[in-house]
Design a binder for this molecule. Structure first.
Ligand SMILES: Nc1nc2c(ncn2[C@@H]2O[C@H](COP(=O)(O)OP(=O)(O)OP(=O)(O)O)[C@@H](O)[C@H]2O)c(=O)[nH]1
Ligand SMILES: [Mg+2]
Length: 147
């Protein structure tokens, strides 16, 4: 089964995002099913990347697409994980998580991440649903690009 992993520090909003994406009916799954390329896409929740535990490392080996959540302006660990995920062959989508908590919707943080890493980040709130559809589309696009 094709796997999409959700990574991020403890309390960065991984489980809430998994629920929000599931509620959104995981359009990626249905589109992929329509074109008959796969039967199912599985979302994989993980323990925090800041937890001493090998399970997130293990998930990192088996996901095709990884969502890396960033919830505040200390994101060095997340950038290190992004390199690791890419090395193991995963596509990575950077997500500014809990975007509703920021007055600007996470834009400044997304710009800071972009400046340091060159990566584009999507601002997403599981609470308001802001950005969930765009994220879903990006997951779908990346899965499609790997067919
Ligand atoms: N305002 C706001 N709060 C959020 C959002 N997503 C999650 N939260 C809250 O943030 C806290 C942590 O969310 P979780 O989804 O449990 O985070 P997690 O990364 O799965 O946490 P662990 O599994 O413990 O590592 C909870 O109190 C959520 O209600 C969001 O988009 N907006
Ligand atoms: Mg969780």
């Amino acid at each position: 089964m094709r796997q999409v992993g959700i990574f991020g520090k403890r309390k960065s909003g991984k489980s809430a995002l998994m629920y929000a994406l599931t509620k959104h009916k995981i359009k990626a799954t249905f589109k992929a099913m329509e074109i008959g390329s796969v039967t199912k896409v599985m979302l994989v929740d993980t323990v925090g990347v800041d937890v001493e535990d090998s399970t997130a490392e293990k998930s990192a080996q088996s996901v095709e697409v990884a969502l890396m959540l960033i919830a505040n302006d200390s994101f060095e660990l997340e950038l290190a994980w992004i390199s690791k995920l890419k090395k193991s062959g995963s596509e990575v989508i950077v997500v500014i998580s809990q975007a509703d908590k920021f007055a600007d919707g996470g834009k400044a943080l997304a710009a800071a991440v972009n400046e340091v890493s060159g990566l584009k980040a999507l601002c997403v709130s599981s609470q308001t649903g802001e950005g969930v559809e765009e994220l879903d589309e990006e997951i779908n696009r990346l899965l499609g690009s790997r067919d």
